[in-house]
Design a protein around this ligand. Structure first.
Ligand SMILES: *Cc1c(COP(=O)(O)O)cnc(C)c1O
Length: 451
């Protein structure tokens, strides 16, 4: 039995999968933040190239991946599928645990799968520079890598606390050639306004999104880029699940449960969406999203229309939301702290096709350390939520004495998050209660949409 199940380079999928034609109903509309009317392609052209706008609303099940993108994917793809036999042994479980190792990309996560695609579609339409935001720096570094390959400039608004606390991801961004601003910054009207009120504003992802959108919308040579949530981002990530399906077949297995951690939903969508049509065809496969208990969007959020950002400049979408001005506690999985989630993931949760579970951060770090000591790879704090869920599934299988086949997405390594591990080992890390009062307050500010 082989530990790694490897695809040859010429066996890499050559199309992405779009879940929209396989949704239980039509996709929910996207609304303009000022008019509350459905957005038109014209509303989006200041921010995105037509190629990506087309993908955002596409009803086609398959989209061919351009050769230029495949050529760059080939630097690290196909990624290995690994049978976690040593973890199985430690858990003494009859379950079979497989993980798709997306940490082998140059940026260390799944994020370059969409970054490369977004840079490509901007490049061929003549965009000079991209503008984006980043929390802990994972997205900023992935997009910097991609823009470097396509000779595009990049400006990154990085949440100020992370800029100060996570200098190495900032260095990655700069090494691949992008400019980084701590957000709130003096580069935008919104940032200047916030700094005037409080020069020590630590920033948040919502604020950084607002700054990046403002900057991109006011620069005719620039476009905006988002690393998660949007339909085209989820589609680009399906290369993960399409490869994994082939590899599971090579291993002679089919998963009973497919797991990913959920921040904006893209790595989970990437591994889970290609299984949605199987489920409709009657296969019994469960699709399980794992999120933090301190930012419990899918498990405790309200399924309704909300703004994508704090300053109410981004479009309004229907999603499970904790409110656009909800600021989650400062947990160490910075990539899982968004107030909403991908509308496609949410629609499938609402329809009962996808399940979700929330986990406390201490139990996630415990799972991450167990994984590092059995399988060797050190997980990102985000990824540890998927590992926690996979371990819980394996332990349940043990209790029931059933062979359960578990597949999870190993979304990234934690080499730049060792400060979080230090905090865990020194006992400084704590769990947070469900922030009920803060969520209630934030949900009072939802837009009034009659749809
Ligand atoms: C950004 C990130 C996530 C969360 O983003 P999604 O869009 O929900 O996938 C998860 N894991 C890692 C390693 C990340 O960098």
């Amino acid at each position: 039995m082989s530990k790694q199940i490897l695809l040859k380079q010429d066996e890499m999928p050559t199309s992405w999968y779009n879940v929209i034609p396989d949704l239980p109903g039509p996709p929910t509309p996207v609304l303009h933040p000022a008019t509350l009317q459905p957005v038109t392609p014209d509303d989006l052209t200041p921010l995105f190239p037509m190629g990506l706008i087309g993908q955002e609303v596409s009803g086609e099940r398959w989209t061919a991946i351009p050769q230029e993108i495949l050529d760059i994917y080939a630097i690290w793809r196909p990624t290995p599928l690994v049978r976690a036999t040593r973890l199985e042994k430690v858990l003494d479980t009859p379950a079979h645990i497989y993980f798709k190792n997306e940490s082998v990309s140059p940026a260390g996560s799944h994020k370059p799968n969409t970054a490369v695609a977004q840079a490509y579609y901007n490049k061929i339409e003549g965009t000079k520079r991209l503008v984006t935001e980043t929390g802990a720096g994972q997205w900023g570094s992935a997009l910097s890598l991609a823009c470097n390959f396509f000779d595009l400039e990049l400006q990154v608004f990085m949440v100020k606390v992370s800029y100060q606390q996570k200098p190495y991801r900032r260095s990655l961004i700069q090494t691949w050639g992008a400019k980084v601003f701590p957000s709130p910054s003096d580069q935008t009207n919104y940032g200047r306004q916030l700094l005037e009120q409080d020069p020590d504003n630590p920033g948040s992802l919502g604020i950084a999104i607002s700054e990046a959108v403002e900057k991109a919308a006011t620069d005719p040579e620039a476009h905006y880029s988002l690393g998660s949530v949007l339909n085209h981002v989820c589609m680009h990530q399906t290369i993960v699940g399409l490869e994994a399906k082939k590899q599971m077949e090579m291993a002679g297995e089919y998963p009973d449960v497919v797991i990913g951690c959920v921040g904006g939903g893209s790595n989970f969508a990437g591994i889970a969406f290609p299984f949605v049509p199987d489920k409709a065809d009657g296969k019994s496969v469960r699709l399980l999203g794992a999120e933090p208990a301190s930012c419990p969007t899918l498990t405790k959020g309200k399924y309704t229309f909300d703004f994508g950002d704090t300053a109410r400049m981004a479009p309004i979408v229907k999603m499970h939301t904790l409110g656009h001005d909800f600021v989650p506690p400062g947990i160490h999985a910075g990539g899982l702290r968004y107030h909403g989630d991908s509308p496609l993931v949410c629609q499938l949760v609402d329809a009962g096709v996808i399940e979700a579970r929330a986990h406390q951060q201490l139990s996630c770090f415990e799972a991450a350390v167990l994984f590092a000591r059995s399988e060797g790879i050190i997980p990102a704090p985000e990824t540890s939520h998927a590992i926690r869920a996979a371990i819980d599934e394996a332990l349940e299988a043990k209790k029931l004495g059933e062979k359960r086949v578990i597949l999870f997405n190993f979304s990234g390594h934690g080499h730049f998050d060792m400060g979080s591990y230090d905090a865990y080992f020194s006992g400084e890390l704590k769990d947070f209660d469900y922030p009920e009062a803060k969520i209630k307050a934030a949900l009072a500010n939802l837009p009034q949409v009659n749809m």
